[in-house]
Write a protein that binds this ligand. Structure first.
Ligand SMILES: Nc1ncnc2c1ncn2[C@@H]1O[C@H](COP(=O)(O)OP(=O)(O)OP(=O)(O)O)[C@@H](O)[C@H]1O
Ligand SMILES: [Mg+2]
Length: 435
């Protein structure tokens, strides 16, 4: 449940982790402040207004002389930040107290009611920024104008301003810092991704926090180890194959000089087979050797592979669809296609090649109408030197490296090869590549 509302990125989560507690704290502080502190302040201010009015009313009651009353009112107006006027001939319309439209106002009315023993009405006049309090006084009315600032304190607005302001500032700082923390992680992910596809990652340097830098350094060491491992394997295979070629050539020469008997023909066939195998090993070694990825037009590559297959007598249907491009290693990929088409030619009559793009994935499908490979053997067919029973009996002369090489090179470019059953009953090989 919660997961759906939380951001999925590290950046978003970190922002929430940093900002949420602070905002929560400020909200709690503001609420408590508003509830307690402000409540008390207002009560005190209201009480002081009620006290002032009561005091003036008391002084006026004691002194009936109009000149003294004038002086009392004058000095009250001067000193109390209230404005008093005495209207002896008016009558106070004693109704119920007005409905307060804010909790603050309710508190104010209640407090004045408690502090002042005379009947009064109170009226908020926001346009004049004051309250008009009319107090029943000796059959007349004592009008008192109470400016808003005598009753409300501006602290709430100031507080909210500070809270919002500081929260925004905090958010800005958090965004600035966290972006810089997340960037090295993204760079590391990119570098690993590119390496997985066999593309160059020239300018990757571990950066950022210690942990991220450690991960980056570990990645670089791992890349170095993998590169070294591949290089060693390739060099060894190439070396062995190359060394075997020389005695094999000698053997061929010696065979050629022998008299033609049935035995020599068989030996020649064996030597040819060995030569084919060694070519296969060398191709395998070459496939892994460092070809770099370039922008490749897959349709052109397919055209070429299909034309080659047709030249060798294959029946191939091929229709190019759309514009298919990707950062790939064209020579290795061409070798993969040659392998698949070669298999189709060797084990089937006709085949169909199709290529499509599905989102970021390019799919190359090679279907044939041969016997196919039973499902249980499909995984094994990818193993080097693995050949199915039927192909061994037919003596079709494969080495069993074609599919191994194909999978190896395609995986090196961040893709994969799978085998399925074709609609026409034979084998379907699908190469999936990142676009
Ligand atoms: N299109 C196909 N139809 C039926 N069987 C196949 C097909 N492709 C491959 N196979 C089986 O899978 C085995 C492995 O194929 P792979 O291409 O790796 O080796 P190969 O074709 O025998 O030799 P190489 O390709 O090295 O010359 C083959 O020996 C064959 O038995
Ligand atoms: Mg093959």
């Amino acid at each position: 449940m919660l997961k759906r509302f939380l951001p999925s990125s590290l950046f978003g989560r970190a922002i929430i982790i940093v900002v949420a507690p602070v905002v929560l704290l400020q909200i709690v502080a503001a609420v408590v402040f508003y509830d307690r502190h402000l409540d008390q302040i207002t009560r005190r201010l209201a009480r002081s207004v009620a006290g002032d009015i009561g005091f003036v009313a008391g002084a006026l009651t004691r002194d009936k002389d109009s000149l003294s009353r004038f002086h009392i009112l004058q000095s009250a107006n001067l000193r109390l930040n209230l404005s008093f006027t005495l209207k002896p001939e008016q009558k106070l319309k004693a109704g119920p107290l007005p409905q307060p439209n804010a909790p603050l106002e309710a508190l104010l009315i209640r407090t004045i009611d408690e502090g002042l023993e005379l009947a009064f009405t109170i009226q908020n006049r926001p346009e004049k920024k004051n309250y008009l309090i009319q107090v029943a006084f000796e059959g007349g009315v004592l009008r008192v104008l109470v400016p808003h600032n005598r009753i409300t304190s501006a602290t709430l607005e100031v507080l909210i301003l500070w809270i919002v302001g500081s929260s925004l500032l905090l958010l800005a700082i958090a965004i600035l810092f966290l972006r810089n923390q997340v960037r090295p992680i993204l760079r590391l992910a990119d570098a690993a991704d590119h390496f997985g596809r066999g593309q160059e990652v020239a300018d990757f340097k571990p950066s950022g926090a210690v942990e991220v830098r450690r991960a980056g350094a570990a990645f670089l060491r791992m890349r170095e180890r993998i590169d070294r491992h591949i290089r060693q394997r390739t060099e060894m295979l190439a070396g062995v194959s190359h060394d075997l070629r020389t005695p094999l050539t000698r053997l061929k020469l010696e065979l050629a000089m022998l008299r033609d008997v049935p035995a020599t023909a068989e030996m020649r066939a064996d030597v040819d087979e060995m030569e084919g195998m060694i070519e296969g090993y060398l191709a395998f070694a070459r496939g892994a050797a460092g070809e770099s990825a370039v922008e490749t037009d897959i349709n052109a590559l397919l055209d070429e592979a299909v034309a080659d297959a047709r030249r060798q007598g294959g029946v191939v249907d091929f229709a190019a669809i759309g514009d298919l491009r990707g950062r790939l290693r064209p020579l290795s990929l061409k070798r993969c296609l040659d392998n698949l088409l070669g298999n189709a030619q060797r084990y089937a009559e006709r085949c169909t090649v199709a290529a499509t793009r599905d989102g970021d994935v390019i799919e190359i499908i090679v279907d044939d109408d041969g016997p196919g490979i039973p499902e249980a053997e499909r995984e094994a067919a990818f193993r080097p030197f693995y050949r199915l029973e039927n192909s061994r009996n037919q003596g079709t002369g494969g080495v069993g490296l074609g599919l191994a090489i194909t999978r190896d090179t395609v995986r090196n470019q961040g893709g994969d090869v799978v085998l399925e059953e074709a609609p026409q009953g034979g084998l379907r090989a699908i190469i999936r590549l990142p676009a």
